[in-house]
Design a protein around this ligand. Sequence first.
Ligand SMILES: Nc1ncnc2c1ncn2[C@@H]1O[C@H](COP(=O)(O)OP(=O)(O)OP(=O)(O)O)[C@@H](O)[C@H]1O
Length: 242
Amino acid sequence: MIQITDLQKAYNQKTVLNLPKLTINRGEIFGLVGNNGAGKTTLFSLVLDLIRATKGKVTSNEVEVARFEEWKTFTGAYIDESFTIGYLTPDEYFTFLGELRNLNKNDIELFLSGFDGFFHDEILGKKKFIRDLSKGNQKKVGVAGAFMGNPDVVILDEPFANLDPTSQYKLRELIKEYAASGEKTLLISSHDLDHVADVCSRIVILEKGEVVKDVPKTETTLAELEEFFTGEKEEKTFYDDL
Ligand SMILES: Nc1ncnc2c1ncn2[C@@H]1O[C@H](COP(=O)(O)OP(=O)(O)OP(=O)(O)O)[C@@H](O)[C@H]1O
C-alpha cells in the first residue's frame, strides 16, 4: 500500500530521516515509536506530502504522493491543529469535512454517533470554536475527522497524547474496530508503548531517523519495547510462575 524508497530528509545538511526501503502493506496497523526527534513526524509529513523530501519517494497505492493528488481521496490524517479549522465549531467542521467527502447529513450523523463515547458529550452541540476547546478535545475532533469518509489509509501522529485515560482506551477500541476488516492501513505514532503494543500489528522503532527495529506484534512485544527503551530486562518474579 505504502512504499518508501530511498527516502531522505535533511535540514541544514543534517539528515534527520534516512529510510532506504520500507513497505507498509494494506491491512497493517503500523505503529511508529522512537524518542523525541527520532523522525516520526517527519516521516508522516513526507507520506502526506506536507514537506519535500531531500531524496527519494513515497508512493501510496501506487500514487507518488509528491507528484499527484489522487492519494488524498483515500487518505485521512491528523498530525496537528493545522488539520482542523479553529474558527469553526466541531459541528460546522464535521459538516464541512463530510461534504468534502461526499457524505450527506444522515451519513454525517451516523458517522458521528460512532464517536459518542469518545466525545463524552464535550464536543458536539456546544457552540464553541475548535480553537477554544481544550487540547484533548481539539485532538478528538481532529482524530475523528481523520476517519470521516471511511478512508483506506489513516495516519495519526500521537493520537493518544493529551487524552484522558478513558478516552485513550476508547480510542484504542475505535482503532481496532476500524481496522477489523483487514482492509484498512493505519499508521500511528505514539510514545505510549502500551497503546502501540495493544493496537498495532507491526511496530517500527526509529532512532536518529533510521529504522532500528521492525517487528510484528506478538505477546512479548510490550516487554521487548520496554526493554529497548529502558535498557532493562524485566526480571521474572516468583509470582509470574503462580
Ligand atoms: N523545520 C525544521 N527545521 C530544522 N529541523 C527540523 C525541522 N523539523 C524537524 N526538524 C528536526 O528533525 C528531527 C526529527 O524531528 P521529528 O519532529 O520528526 O521527530 P519526532 O520523532 O516526531 O519527535 P517527537 O517525539 O519529539 O515529536 C529533529 O531533530 C528536529 O529538530
